[in-house]
Write a protein that binds this ligand. Structure first.
Ligand SMILES: *[C@@H]1O[C@H](CO)[C@@H](O)[C@H](O)[C@H]1NC(C)=O
Length: 290
């Protein structure tokens, strides 16, 4: 997709007229160009000519999809409209995973549904070199089922940032020099699933899924995968000219940092770094700074 992006820049002068006829610049025309269904074909419907999809969860099954290729560094994002109303017990996940269980690298967004009128929770987690247990949770400051919002994972040699629209909700720095594990070597695929997890998802499992509200529906569109595709050119990942490695992306901008602090102060409801019952001594990455 990096190539497509530069062609976007090149066409600034003459593509304006063509813009209205192109649905999305720099993005795949259809879901099936970049993704395949991995779980329950019958529960994923292509809509808008295959440019968007609807995920269905009912008593028979949830469903899931995965990218056709893996990526080593880059930025992946998609627009999602989550299950509306009484979504308690449902979990929608959007994540990257190396598929190497013993030394798993994984970057997780999990959207935990709630009873009508109660806030959605977003849980993030990071596995590096096989070790996870780095959960953080925030309550969203808007209803993510009313409209599409953009969810993004930015991953380069400097840091990993999870974004909700323009707001960074989590930053994990590359502190390998301090002995803190960081995903640097394994490409990761991009995945999403919608399933039922009412044994833990909502208020720790107290709130059960209400099947009378089924089917539960989520919508996705504007899939955007930009990174070093694997298989692909072997020297791509180390190329410092890749836009996602650029100086603008090596740390948060001042505005992003303000937004990030705002989330942490006003919307964070759980941080493993401050959970003394789990970690009497905070894990080293919690002390290494953002
Ligand atoms: C659901 O709503 C309750 C009550 O406002 C809140 O405490 C909780 O964090 C919300 N999210 C989940 C996933 O339980």
């Amino acid at each position: 997709m990096a190539m497509i992006r530069s062609s976007v820049v090149a066409c600034v002068f003459f593509c304006v007229v063509a813009y209205n006829s192109l649905l999305v610049l720099g993005r795949p025309a259809t879901f099936l160009e970049d993704f395949r269904i991995t779980w329950s074909d019958s529960h994923i419907r292509q809509i808008e000519g295959g440019r968007a999809i609807q995920l269905v969860l009912d008593q028979n099954s949830g469903c899931g999809f995965a990218s056709k290729r893996q990526y080593l560094f880059g930025r992946v994002s998609m627009k999602i409209k989550l299950v509306p109303g009484d979504s308690a017990g449902t979990v929608t996940a959007f994540y990257m995973n190396s598929d190497t269980n013993a030394v798993r690298d994984e970057l997780d967004f999990e959207f935990l549904g709630n009873r009508s009128g109660q806030p959605y929770t977003v849980q993030t987690n990071i596995y590096a070199h096989g070790k996870g247990d780095r959960e953080q949770r925030i309550n969203l400051w808007f209803d993510p089922a009313l409209e599409f919002h953009t969810y993004t994972i930015m991953w380069n040699h400097h840091h990993i940032v999870f974004y909700v629209d323009e707001v960074p909700i989590r930053v994990y720095k590359n502190n390998e020099v301090k002995g803190i594990p960081y995903p640097l070597h394994q490409p990761m695929g991009v995945y999403s699933t919608l399933w039922e997890a009412d044994d833990w998802a909502t208020r720790g499992g107290l709130e059960k899924i209400d099947w009378s509200k089924a089917p539960f529906l989520a919508y996705y569109k504007d899939f955007d995968l930009e990174g070093c595709a694997v298989p692909g050119p072997a020297n791509c990942a180390a190329n410092t000219a890749n836009w996602w490695e650029g100086s603008a992306y090596q740390s948060l901008t001042a505005i992003e940092y303000r937004r990030y602090k705002w989330v942490r102060v006003n919307h964070m409801i759980y941080d493993y770094c401050t959970d003394r019952s789990r970690y009497p001594v905070p894990p080293p990455e919690c002390l290494a700074g953002y």
